[in-house]
Design a protein around this ligand. Structure first.
Ligand SMILES: Cc1cc2nc3c(=O)[nH]c(=O)nc-3n(C[C@H](O)[C@H](O)[C@H](O)COP(=O)(O)OP(=O)(O)OC[C@H]3O[C@@H](n4cnc5c(N)ncnc54)[C@H](O)[C@@H]3O)c2cc1C
Ligand code: FES
Length: 293
């Protein structure tokens, strides 16, 4: 069988991805333990769409040897108006991000992307984005696209706009909210909740989601990203309310391009049978009803 005909071969998925060594332009703290890194990479900036991700590896370091997946936070235009750079926002937690935070402008990263399927905005519906922890990162670009503020990806494809865009964003406490000003500047109707009541609603982000669903005159579209228990709660709530919901899974990944199967999630397939799907190529965005939580 030729590699091109083999659906498990990376060439079926990663044909449009590029792998480049890029230079960091900025790596700044934006919230507690949270940083935004910007790097020049026109090849990815030109094509990446909201909900897609890229793999990032710290160049010239052998530890960690593998890259890590990060959502595209935004695409930055240069003075000539061309898409030139990509922003990622990351929470420092493990080995890679602890080292990444020390990287300075001028240092190098290896990146490959755009990867994954991304989100599809439903025309003329209320879009409700639900984020927990560091799960807000795919939603700035999605919100800007759905509000008609910025186009991503193929310029010949018209941007689909939502009727309205709300984001319910939950964090442990006020210090962890990252990018609140970015979302407000984009025109997203932002509702915040914290576990300790230090900002916004004192309680769960699903409380805010329930209110946002009630406010919609017709069935809204919900998208969600965050810790798995929170995504499961959102999946259950939207199923009870008969509201379609897509979730972006944050499974660990080794290759990002469909080869290693480290990223599988148990998902109902088209024939109604359970199957293991690779989050990197068949996701990371899945219908919430089809996930075995
Ligand atoms: C499609 C996709 C998009 C993503 N987008 C983002 C994003 O935009 N921003 C972001 O911050 N993350 C994002 N992630 C998650 C990110 O890729 C992972 O958190 C990544 O593993 C971080 O790398 P690390 O080396 O710092 O952590 P790792 O060392 O890989 O550790 C992963 C997690 O496990 C914990 N951990 C590690 N070792 C231990 C231990 N011994 N005991 C207990 N806990 C431990 C760490 O605290 C960390 O939270 C995304 C994931 C996916 C799949
Ligand atoms: S990360 Fe290797 S197959 Fe998905």
């Amino acid at each position: 069988m030729s590699t091109a005909a083999n659906p498990l071969h990376a060439s079926c998925y990663a044909d449009n991805a590029c792998h480049e060594t890029v230079t960091i332009v900025e790596n700044v703290q934006v919230a507690r333990d949270t940083f935004r890194a910007r790097f020049e990479c026109p090849a990815i900036a030109e094509r990446i769409t909201p909900g897609q991700f890229l793999m990032v590896r710290l160049a010239n370091l052998n530890d960690p040897i593998l890259g890590r997946p990060f959502a595209m936070y935004d695409v930055i235009h240069n003075d000539a108006g061309n898409r030139s750079a990509v922003d990622v926002v990351y929470l420092v937690g493990g080995k890679m991000t602890t080292r990444f935070r020390e990287f300075r402008p001028g240092q190098k990263l290896e990146v490959w992307g755009p990867l994954g399927n991304g989100f599809m905005v439903e025309p003329d519906r209320d879009l409700i984005m639900v984020a927990g922890g560091i799960g807000q990162t795919p939603f700035l670009a999605l919100g800007k696209e759905a509000l008609g503020k910025q186009q991503y990806g193929d310029r010949s494809v018209a941007t689909v706009e939502a009727r309205s865009v709300k984001m319910c964003y939950g964090a442990r406490n006020a210090e962890y909210f990252a990018g609140v000003d970015d979302f407000r500047a984009a025109g997203v109707d932002l509702r915040l909740s914290t576990d300790d009541g230090s900002t916004g609603h004192h309680g769960l982000v699903t409380d805010l989601l329930s209110i946002a669903i009630d406010e919609s005159e017709s069935t809204p579209q919900v998208v969600c990203c965050g810790p798995e228990p929170m995504m499961e709660a959102v999946a259950n709530l939207t199923a009870e309310r008969g509201v379609p919901c897509n979730v972006s899974l944050e499974t660990p990944m080794a290759c990002g391009i469909g080869i290693c199967f480290t990223c599988v999630a148990k998902v109902l397939d088209e024939s109604g049978e359970w199957d293991y799907k690779r989050t990197c190529v068949e996701g990371p965005v899945f219908d919430a009803k089809k996930i075995a939580w």
